[in-house]
Design a protein around this ligand. Sequence first.
Ligand SMILES: CC(C)(COP(=O)(O)OP(=O)(O)OC[C@H]1O[C@@H](n2cnc3c(N)ncnc32)[C@H](O)[C@@H]1OP(=O)(O)O)[C@@H](O)C(=O)NCCC(=O)NCCS
Length: 164
Amino acid sequence: MIGITQLTEADFDYLSARLDEWWGGRSMSAMLPRLWFKHFSETCFAVRDDEGRPVGFLVGYVQNNDEATAYVHFIGVDPTQRGRGLGRRLYQHFEEQVVSVGCSNIEAVTSPSNQSSLAFHEALGFVAVEPNGSTALPSEAQGVRDYDGAGEDRVLLRKSLSQR
Ligand SMILES: CC(C)(COP(=O)(O)OP(=O)(O)OC[C@H]1O[C@@H](n2cnc3c(N)ncnc32)[C@H](O)[C@@H]1OP(=O)(O)O)[C@@H](O)C(=O)NCCC(=O)NCCS
């Protein structure tokens, strides 16, 4: 395994073809079109195998209406490589990059049915922000009904980077 490098447009075909499988058969590829690889590579990262293929990746950015807050749109690890700390390493790398440009928070959203994502984000120190503004453990959160459209409930996740 080699280190973490930027994700580039050259990674698009490889990852796009694997997204649905990595997400357990969910239809995900339409949510990660080429534009993310082309225009956001400065804050998108991959951990690669010896041949340079991504075995894990993170797609994020600094919010353009709040430069103190970064957002993670996607993080995924090859199912054969999970449980080895790669997801945590990708987040740590992203955090270092966004802290260096002045961010003090990270946000993400995930589906309430994605229990492994909720447990992963909880292990990394995220809290869930409930509709009334209170916080909860991600694994215990109610989430926001219809957040991404009818039937598309989401748990809103937030992590403070100020105590890193
Ligand atoms: C979520 C995902 C990125 C985790 O990647 P990973 O490399 O296996 O995670 P790590 O090995 O770095 O685990 C980091 C921590 O999260 C915890 N964790 C990860 N997956 C977990 C799971 N399914 N259940 C419980 N805890 C989990 C680990 O126990 C670990 O905790 P620790 O460091 O305190 O021991 C990976 O499972 C994945 O790609 N899932 C499918 C895509 C997805 O749902 N992405 C998130 C929404 S965009």
